[in-house]
Design a binder for this molecule. Sequence first.
Ligand code: PBG
Length: 332
Amino acid sequence: MTSYSFPFTRMRRTRAKKYIRNLVKENSLTVNDFIYPIFIVDGTDKKEPIPEMPGLYRYSLDNLKKELLNISHLNIPAVAIFPNISNNLKNSSGSEALNKNNIVCNAIKLIKDTNNELGIVCDVALDPYTDHGHDGIIINNYVDNDETVKILCEQALIQTEAGCDIIAPSDMMDGRIRKIRETLENNNHKNTLIMSYSAKYSSSFYSPFRHAVGSSKNFGLKDKSTYQMDYSNSKEAIREADLDISEGADMIMVKPGLPYLDIISKLNQKFDIPIFAYQVSGEYSMIMTAINNGLLDKSVIIETLTSFKRAGCSGILTYFAPIASKILNEDK
Ligand code: PBG
């Protein structure tokens, strides 16, 4: 009688060689998963390093064009643009957001002229434009929901008319997805996509971003907890996503990324809609600082991004988009 050794089931069989590891791989990351957020600034010939986000810059529009041409061979599907405007353009109502010639609208036109195939994502929120740094307007010491939504609809329309493909409301006001969708439909913008920041948590991981767009100085130690979600909650994320989908969102987003994989996974089980994660500035800066100091290998970038795919994401907004694309190309 043949004697069998135990264990019969050897999980390591499918790990023994690269070919079999590749065959049983459940999730793979490709460049098609990336949206690259880029910071822009007024002026010419500017490429300002962002100290809080090592390796990233704010580009004036002429240099934005150069950066896009430099990375065009990577075929990243879309970029998200974030403006840093000078303080003298900021006021309590964020009126520069509604200027059809503001830097975001000009950037959209320039990107379309440079590469018509590249998808453009624009944030809808007032924080880069308000002197107090909040995402909406303040009435009686409170970020007023309904008055803010009226302005956001106009902002979304202006960005769409400039050529933006994907409107991404990041403000967390109630009811804004439906109001923006109605505004777009009423103005015959039937194919403009809405990617809703559905589950956006009030997070300290955004602080490098606030330096990058220049809102932190005015914002100080205030927080956005009267509109962004409490990180203790997860049921609420499901209700937020449910509402946004019923109001007309084409895609939903969870933000920040890595500490919120549980939320992504829950939403993925519940809804049949593309889900995106935003690997935010603080996550980028932690990882990049560790890599730059020799504490971690750059392969952690691909590991974190793949974990978003495993949790159920269609794609990821990540400042690592160009670096990650290069690493993926090297590995081929
Ligand atoms: C603005 C906005 C923020 C981010 C994206 N859009 C900051 C905030 O809500 O304060 C954060 C992105 C990042 O940290 O990378 N509404």
